[in-house]
Design a protein around this ligand. Structure first.
Ligand code: ADP
Ligand code: ADP
Ligand code: MG
Length: 653
């Protein structure tokens, strides 16, 4: 019996594991790095222990330190969550040696599935179909180039030790192969300390379909249905659903069987996922993730199971119920809300969550979050803010419900993929169930564009609210008694920013409210009437129900006709010209390591040219020229570690 459980993770997954453990009456022990001393998982656990500095290698990856905490606190089991130590066979073994249960499969199963190349060789032997490719031990560049030619372009280079889309690059022609191989090796060496590669035929329009499996310690293995995770950016999942839609029954059956065979071949126990790519009627084994997966809640929703509860029960020796797998009920969909900028190649965005409003669970949505308003997204860890999961009787019902939930989300302080998620839920091909892993890239123009700035009517309403808030205050121009107002209609000018666009508003009082002209355009007449919490804004005679939320008389969130907008009042006395200067001095967006400097002082560059490659968080970030110009000076060299805000390069016009 597990009485005390240590959770060797952080963020939403740690919080989620604590929730299930608590429901089972299990005492929970959290661990935390210096960056997480007041994090949500620390606040929620029964007790919490520091394990080291912020970088994961010095804290969440320190198996020895974590085991020590487990011994001291009398924990009988350690749940590794996902990422970090979850697929580390040595750590699983060290737990076993210390007589502490590792909540996951036996070390041998982790090891067998740990290398993508080795696991594929195993699957071929077990009769599970794999993508045509090269999975061999020999690794010299010339041999790989020859194998790529044999497979036929396009090919996909993958890091054998890879995960999270790292070290993975498609190559479309023989002449690009050497450069991409070098890039993939570099990424894999720095991420995994292992630059061995495998090659696969790069399928053009595949779907990613995976099967949740579960094994008990009595030798029984069963599937728990499919998930579709085809909506991806940079080969990483964004929206997932269960069960996978539009699969012929025979193919679905084959996937269930192949997943069970794969798990059986490695003596699998506990929760795991077998990933496939599916094209037409073909299904190929991709890899097995020997842990709980980020998207496990959609499976929980259609099966009514708590997978973490079953992981704990399984670890205590309980056999799987005879009735498994339960029949799936309805449909479920999950969206991953990330602090990242879709318009900038999904680069992570770090900063304080000055505002974070997530929907209330009453609407039927499940919210798995590891942060709340006031917390920060740091460059040390994965930039996921929350997952929103919605179930429904039908796929359409679940998608509509999730879309509704996403419209209620409000975030300020970091750039997020919220607009992308909202657009995806309305995307016609996705809605119709006709989609593949290339959907986001194919529709990048519409899906990834920055959200549009607030329309003029919304800005006019905001100006009216801004002036209304100041009424009666001595700062309010119309309260002034110096007679200034007598010289014709008083005009009040202000500047506003919305989604990076700055606009000028001029307002004056009119008989039926306030008249506002935006950038010299025709006057819009606005009258506000408050019936809290809603406000009715009458704009040019038409009444709209709006929600207005102002912070410090500086930052507005205005929901108008159901669309949320963020607007910022620009202080006329703030020093000017900062934006223009920033254009000439390119800085590191987040801390990282300079991988390569691609230009030299004096070089002429064109807008969009890559200048510097930075390795930060989970990805390679490319610093590109914001406009045509000449490199004035370099502020960094390959190999440098740089802080956020450090100047990397300066340009001359
Ligand atoms: P999934 O299919 O569950 O999304 P991924 O391989 O994309 O599987 O990774 C799951 C999660 O594990 C990621 O979202 C991230 O939080 C974490 N993760 C992946 N790679 C790493 C890593 N190298 N170090 C720490 N955490 C990682
Ligand atoms: P990771 O460990 O990063 O999860 P996977 O091997 O599971 O790596 O692949 C991640 C994603 O990359 C898949 O979901 C799929 O979208 C894409 N992918 C992988 N292999 C192929 C392939 N051979 N052809 C086309 N796309 C692929
Ligand atoms: Mg994968």
């Amino acid at each position: 019996m597990i009485k005390t459980l240590l959770i060797a993770n952080r963020g939403e997954i740690a919080v989620r594991i604590i929730r299930s453990a608590r429901a089972m009456g299990i005492r929970t022990v959290a661990v935390f790095s210096d960056a997480d001393a007041s994090a949500m998982h620390v606040r929620q656990a029964d007790e919490a222990h520091p394990i080291g500095p912020a970088p994961a290698a010095q804290s969440y990856l320190r198996g020895d330190v974590i085991l020590d905490v487990a011994r001291r606190t009398g924990a009988q089991a350690i749940h590794p969550g996902y990422g970090f130590l979850s697929e580390n066979a040595e750590f699983a073994q060290a737990c076993a040696d210390a007589a502490i249960a590792f909540i996951g499969p036996p070390p041998a199963a982790i090891r067998a599935m740990g290398s993508k190349a080795e696991s594929k060789r195993l699957m071929v032997a077990a009769g599970v179909p794999t993508v045509p490719g090269y999975h061999g031990e020999a690794q010299d560049d010339a041999l790989l180039a020859a194998e790529a030619a044999r497979i036929g372009f396009p090919v996909l280079i993958k890091a054998s030790a890879g995960g999270g889309g790292k070290g993975m690059r498609p190559v479309f022609s023989a002449d690009a192969f050497a450069a991409e191989l070098a890039g993939a090796r570099r990424e894999a060496a720095s991420a995994f300390g292992d630059d061995r590669m495998l090659l696969e035929k790069y399928l053009q329009r595949p779907r990613h379909v995976e099967v949740q499996v579960f094994g008990d310690s009595h030798g029984r293995i069963t599937h728990l249905h499919t998930r579709d995770c085809s909506l991806q950016r940079r080969h990483q999942k964004v929206i997932e659903e269960a069960p996978a839609p539009n699969l012929p029954d025979a193919l679905r059956e084959r996937l269930h069987r192949a997943a069970e065979d794969a798990a059986r071949a490695v003596g699998y126990v506990n929760a795991g996922t077998v990933e496939f790519i599916v094209e037409g009627d073909d299904a190929f084994f991709l890899e097995m993730n020997t842990r709980l997966q980020v998207e496990h809640p959609v499976t929980e929703m259609i099966t009514g199971l708590d997978l973490v509860e079953w992981q704990l029960r399984g670890a205590a020796g309980e056999a799987l119920p005879a009735g498994w797998p339960p029949e799936p009920q309805g449909h479920a969909v999950e969206a991953r809300l990330y602090a990242e900028d879709p318009a900038q190649d999904f680069r992570p965005s770090v900063g304080p969550l000055r505002r974070l409003r997530l929907p209330w669970p009453e609407g039927g949505v499940r919210v798995d979050a590891g942060v709340e308003e006031g917390d920060a997204v740091t460059s040390h860890y994965d930039p996921m803010i929350a997952k929103l999961i919605m179930g429904g009787m039908t796929r359409d019902g679940a998608l509509d419900g999730l879309g509704q939930a996403l419209r209620a989300v409000e975030i300020a302080g970091v750039t997020t993929n919220l607009a992308l998620l909202r657009r995806l839920l309305e995307q016609p091909d996705f809605r119709a169930g006709r989609f593949d892993t290339g959907l986001i890239a194919r529709h990048a123009g519409t899906l990834l564009a920055p959200p549009r700035p607030a329309p003029a009517a919304v800005l006019a309403v905001t100006v009216a609210d801004w002036l209304r808030n100041q009424e009666g205050s001595p700062a309010h121009p119309w309260s002034r008694s110096d007679g200034w107002r007598l010289h014709g209609p008083a005009e009040i000018a202000s500047r506003w920013e919305s989604q990076g666009v700055v606009r000028q508003a001029v307002a004056w009082t009119a008989r039926d409210g306030l008249s506002v002209s935006i950038d010299g355009g025709a006057a819009i007449t606005v009258a506000l009437a408050t019936h809290l919490p809603a406000v009715t804004a009458t704009v040019d005679g038409v009444a709209h129900r709006v929600e207005i939320d102002a912070e410090d008389n500086r930052e507005w969130r205005v929901t108008f006709d159901g669309e949320p907008h963020a607007l910022f009042w620009l202080d006329p006395y703030a020093p000017a010209g900062q934006e223009a200067a920033a254009d000439n001095h390119l800085t590191a967006p987040i801390p990282g390591r300079v991988v390569a400097v691609l230009v030299a002082a004096g070089d002429a560059v064109k807008r969009g040219d890559p200048l510097i490659l930075l390795e930060a968080m989970k990805t390679e970030i490319r610093i590109a020229a914001p406009r045509d110009g000449v490199v004035e000076a370099l502020g960094c060299a390959a190999g440098d570690s740089v802080d956020a805000g450090a100047e990397l390069i300066s340009l001359l016009a």
